[in-house]
Design a protein around this ligand. Structure first.
Ligand SMILES: *[C@@H]1O[C@H](CO)[C@@H](O)[C@H](O)[C@H]1NC(C)=O
Ligand SMILES: *[C@@H]1O[C@H](CO)[C@@H](O)[C@H](O)[C@H]1NC(C)=O
Ligand SMILES: *[C@@H]1O[C@H](CO)[C@@H](O)[C@H](O)[C@H]1NC(C)=O
Ligand SMILES: *[C@@H]1O[C@H](CO)[C@@H](O)[C@H](O)[C@H]1NC(C)=O
Ligand SMILES: *[C@@H]1O[C@H](CO)[C@@H](O)[C@H](O)[C@H]1NC(C)=O
Length: 631
């Protein structure tokens, strides 16, 4: 029922087209999802009929991996060929116990989903574990079978907090998609909020979950991770929504920072940190990239290079101002990290927390970067480097929540030993004040280290083990600087291609064939519905003869067309271009041969994608009249 909601089509056309078959639908592959533990043993979670994976060859396998909280891996295998699918899973898992798979003919009827009917081919015992949910639509751009769907699930919201859950979810969905982060790709996304009341309000502390839907809890009382204790309920909840749940987000009802990435994105609706954690964790899971900040352990994907000779973002490198060409050999910006500590330590007034480090004495500038929680006032804490007060001030309004601070200092650190110090002054904050992390970075002068935003080069990133990889920009990306709202161009391009692997630019192609005036001929009316990523123009044909050949008005695709984005639409008849329908989303021709083959090619372009290796920005459909008119 695509056309029922299309605003631009005249009613008469819509009614006639409703009866027409949709030639735009892509074949659905099978998806097998397993959980693999560290010994290699796999448990099957589901085998189901899934949303298309574009660019996947008939016997190819698309594999997606996400870590779980308990150190397992959730692996999804997708293939159009069932035999290939099982072979791929067996080579990963060894023998697979399929006893858990129950051929399922009841699931369709028993599903509570109001979205799309899930397409379980077989159910596992997970299906019965899904909690009852009330699913609300937050932002809907299209049918879930051709969109990437993000779902907020409620945890620690009681019956009386249903409205609060919806407000929290709506605020977060809008924050990450209104004017930043996921804004340009929003037409590819749907956001939902699935409410299940919890018996108790809030998230557990001290390693003890409360009586809530997914049992979210913190390890201690301090602000750090938020973990879940009922993964099987969360899995069942997401699976029961079928196509409408690609990325499950478990939201714990707590005003302070916390979160986790992986199989489930766990967040809190913290005003300061909720959007920040959500954006960053979705970056990991959707784009499939590692960290960009220092002190992580996983650096991979479109934003990470292991060395200077292989640069995934070569096509984004800033041309040199003198030669106007991308640098022939990438060079590293000059920086060093003499100190890093993820201390997560509670502060007290008896003794300051200190860390010593050695500097080489060869750099021009330095930065002290740290994060704190539980210190609402500047007078509560003194932060010093070599005894000099850094004049730290909390982010206004942060209260007890966690926040990140950067103190840039001109001048180099002298060669030799140095010390940072975090001294709690206000004893009333003991038990809550926490030094989460601290890092000292040193930089060369402006010729050796280009800190300009928008400059693409090779910036060294230092892991937990102090090994060096490279990232594209200094501080442009939220995968490095979590307080930033946007991705860098390399990640944004990766985001487009990751999403367009699951979303076809063609939402629907409907066609109607009627007998023509002359015997043996037919009249054809076709209508293309594109995902509104850009404006597609009406047919420009205006001559009398052309008008005679065209029925009805030409439809244009409208939407929140992003600057620098366009659609090109080309129709052909038996391989020959039909220039009068260039860029039109409707085709209407009369008196054509009943065995003609029409086709349409759609090419999306955006400034945000420079290299499209798998041709995911383009799409093609054939319309063979011999088949179509026989329908
Ligand atoms: C987006 O809107 C929010 C809230 O209106 C505002 O705080 C933020 O600065 C805006 N971001 C951009 C990039 O305009
Ligand atoms: C650079 O890293 C890539 C992988 O990122 C690797 O394939 C290549 O062999 C490395 N080159 C050198 C010279 O180490
Ligand atoms: C990391 O290694 C570099 C170069 O070997 C060294 O200068 C720096 O002090 C090390 N940093 C840490 C935190 O160990
Ligand atoms: C106070 O904090 C310091 C620095 O973290 C620590 O070494 C010390 O054990 C703490 N003292 C108490 C009484 O907790
Ligand atoms: C079709 O649209 C594309 C993108 O806006 C444009 O570049 C092209 O010139 C258009 N073609 C015609 C024939 O108008």
């Amino acid at each position: 029922m695509y056309l029922a909601s299309a605003p631009l089509i005249s009613l008469a056309f819509a009614l006639s087209a409703l009866a027409a078959p949709d030639l735009g639908r892509l074949k659905r592959p099978l998806e097998l999802v397993v959980l693999q533990d560290c010994e290699g043993t796999c448990d099957i979670l589901t085998l189901r009929d899934a949303q298309h994976v574009r660019g996947l060859p008939p016997r190819g396998v698309h594999t997606g991996r996400l870590p779980t909280q308990s150190g397992q891996e959730r692996i999804s295998f997708v293939s159009y060929d069932e035999h290939t699918l099982w072979r791929a899973a067996q080579s990963q898992c060894g023998t697979l116990d399929t006893a858990a798979l129950i051929p399922d003919d009841t699931s369709q009827a028993s599903q509570q989903s109001v979205l799309t009917s899930p397409q379980l081919k077989y159910s596992t015992n997970l299906v019965g574990k899904a909690p009852p949910m009330q699913v609300h639509r937050l932002i809907k751009s299209g049918d879930s079978s051709n969109r990437v769907d993000l779902v907020f699930f409620s945890d620690g919201y009681t019956d009386g907090e249903h409205a609060k859950f919806l407000e929290d979810a709506k605020r977060l969905a809008e924050d990450v998609s209104y004017n930043q982060t996921f804004n340009t790709v929003k037409p590819l996304l749907n956001f939902w909020a699935a409410f299940t009341p919890s018996k108790e309000s809030g998230v557990g502390v001290g390693g003890k979950p409360k009586d809530t839907v997914f049992g979210l809890y913190r390890d201690g009382t301090e602000l750090r991770g938020v973990l879940y204790s009922k993964p099987e309920v969360a899995r069942a909840a997401c699976l029961s929504l079928g196509d409408a749940c690609d990325y499950p987000i478990l939201m714990g009802n707590d005003p302070l920072s916390g979160g986790l990435g992986g199989e489930f994105t766990v967040i809190t609706p913290s005003l300061a940190n909720g959007p920040l954690v959500l954006r960053h964790e979705l970056g990991h899971s959707i784009i499939d990239v590692g960290e960009e900040y220092d002190g992580g352990y996983a650096y991979f994907g479109v934003n990470a290079a292991a060395n200077l000779s292989t640069v995934p973002w070569a096509h984004w490198l800033t041309p040199s101002p003198t030669t106007d060409a991308a640098p022939a050999a990438a060079h590293s910006e000059r920086a060093a990290m003499p100190l890093q500590a993820y201390a997560w330590t509670l502060l007290n007034t008896s003794a300051p927390w200190t860390a010593r480090f050695a500097a080489a004495g060869t750099y021009a500038r330095h930065l002290v970067r740290f994060s704190l929680s539980g210190v609402p006032a500047a007078a509560d804490l003194r932060v010093a480097l070599d005894g000099a007060d850094l004049a730290w001030e909390p982010r206004p309004g942060i209260g007890r929540d966690r926040w990140h601070y950067d103190v840039y200092r001109a001048g180099g650190l002298a060669q030799g030993a140095h010390e940072v110090e975090f001294a709690l002054v206000n004893a009333a904050r003991e038990g809550d004040a926490q030094m989460c992390s601290v890092e000292v970075l040193e930089f060369g002068d402006e010729h050796e280290f280009n800190a300009t935003p928008g400059h693409y080069s090779m910036y060294p990133t230092f892991s937990l083990e102090n090994t060096t990889t490279y990232r594209p920009t200094n501080e442009d990306c939220l995968m490095r600087q979590v307080t930033t709202a946007d991705f860098c161009s390399a990640c944004t391009e990766g985001l487009w291609t990751a999403l367009l692997r699951r979303v076809d630019p063609i939402d629907a192609l409907t066609a109607r064939c009627t007998p023509g005036a002359a015997p043996g001929t037919v009249d054809l009316a076709a209508e293309l519905r594109l995902v509104p990523l850009a404006a597609a123009h009406a047919d420009s044909a205006t001559t009398k003869e052309q008008e005679a050949a065209i029925e009805g008005e030409e439809a244009a695709i409208e939407g929140e067309a992003a600057a620098g984005a366009s659609y090109t639409v080309a129709w052909t008849q038996d391989g020959a271009a039909l220039p009068r329908f260039a860029n039109a989303t409707r085709l209407a021709v009369r008196g054509v041969r009943a065995d003609a083959v029409f086709a349409v090619d759609v090419a999306f372009a955006t400034d945000e994608v420079r290299v499209d290796r798998d041709g995911l920005l383009a799409s093609h459909r054939d319309m063979a009249l011999a088949e179509l008119c026989a329908l």
